[in-house]
Write a protein that binds this ligand. Sequence first.
Ligand SMILES: Nc1ncnc2c1ncn2[C@@H]1O[C@H](COP(=O)(O)OP(=O)(O)OP(=O)(O)O)[C@@H](O)[C@H]1O
Length: 554
Amino acid sequence: MDKLGSNPANRCPLTPLGFLERTATVYGDCPSVVYHNTVYTWAETQRRCLRLASGLCSLGISRRDVVSVLAPNIPAMYEMHFGVPMSGAVLNTINIRLDARTISVLLRHSGSKLVFCDILSLPLLHDAISLFPSSHNPPQIIPIEDPHEPNTPTHSYSLTYEKLLEMGNPEFKWIRPESEWDPMILNYTSGTTSAPKGVVHCHRGIFIVTVDSLTDWSVPKQSVYLWTLPMFHANGWSFPWGMAVMGGTNICLRRVEAAAVFDAINKHKVTHLCGAPVVLNMLSNTPESVRKPLPGPVQVLTAGAPPPAAVLHRTEALGFTVSHGYGLTETAGLTISCAWKGQWNRLPASERARLKSRQGVRTPSMATIDVIDGTTGQSVKRDGQTMGEIVLQGGCVMLGYLKDEKATKAAIRQDGWFYTGDVGVMHPDGYVEIKDRSKDVIISGGENISSVEVESILYGHPMVNEAAVVARPDEFWGETPCAFVSLKEGVGSSKSPTEKDIIAWCREKMPHYMVPKTVVFKAELPKTSTGKIQKYVLRNQAKEMGPAKQKSRI
Ligand SMILES: Nc1ncnc2c1ncn2[C@@H]1O[C@H](COP(=O)(O)OP(=O)(O)OP(=O)(O)O)[C@@H](O)[C@H]1O
């Protein structure tokens, strides 16, 4: 036994890039990517990705160079997930909703050599590049034209994405990683709590998270997958590679709007889609006149922010089957998921939604997860109440933050854990539930209040569209919960709930120390470019209101 181990036949680096070749063999004549009336087959997608890799090499791109892409969910964006790393380069997807200043910072920080840019984002990219200091060489720009978009801006670039593909060789021998630890992906975090950080993942990590996510969500072969989650957000939680494994069909959508989503589900008989809770909220609040009945079972995977039980309940009431997972850019996709048990289906709908809003247990390939006390480093009690930090260990944890050793050391510590910065509890049945991000916990009179818990009660109010709860300074309690609320469309001013009504709703349903002492109504809550509510903006607004006075005593 002692002499057995790795050998030349089993030592091949794990990489998701090989999925494409296999799928082109099995499903070569089946649809791979659909966008309006453009339909590619898996054989065509493989050739297009090889042409892209070969074209990049002919432009001088080599191993470990960073190649960026600024594009929505269009076919080229899908192809980048294979074609760019097949040239040996590291793929860096950039969020198209960022502002020019942030894009400029990310491009300079990543040292990007080349940027593929959707034709509609070209003016934004030009603004970003104009902010480069003269000492910094700008990356080469290659526009991606879109024949399906009317009124696109004109440009003077002679080399476009399609021309590069024409130049490329469809028989190209793609550049395999020398080691499975070779970098493959550079993703920036959403910037919800601080400036975005550059997360680097290797081929091995992406392989693991892809196979893990397919298994955990039980995705069958030849599923029809609607792209409602941006591929620029943590590579669409690994499903660009996942759909290739299963020979699925990728339905691309440039804009995620309720009518377009319901139309696409019907037209293409969609079976699967992913989205942050904000997308579920949009679907479940769509007026009946716009909604269409589902043509068959549709599986929805939600993650990225805590899904309030009321939103899960409303989405399932439309016929969707919702699964809930948790992950971070740092883990390349989902690492915790609310594994569902058959016997729970017999419970009342509201109880099912409450159980489903828990984040859950580790996905199969994660080594271990825990909730630990920040000072002792010991596991917290499994009582569903004692809060601690969620920590993880597993093969898809990032290599580290690009050019940021200090932040890498703070996140990946000597004790072997990756520290998520999320505060949660461990329930007696071994399921984890997030209570807050550590920066969002409200400390009132020495009690920790989970803003997520208060928000989930607010979402249950029939007239509340969105809710976020933050700390407001308080002369007596130190901090008290301050709720920012937007109301559903069509709620007339006569019917609109008042601050008093909202407070009364909360007082019926939660301990009084958790009840918001201030309620602010807003037409819309501020969001990050990935659709997460920007609590730090609201926290600043609550701070500017000044300390709540004596009346805030309970
Ligand atoms: N199912 C979920 N329930 C609750 N929160 C979730 C869930 N899934 C993800 N999250 C939150 O999203 C975070 C990961 O988000 P992401 O990697 O997009 O960047 P970010 O943390 O929002 O940005 P930044 O680190 O720059 O502030 C997690 O740490 C967690 O707070």
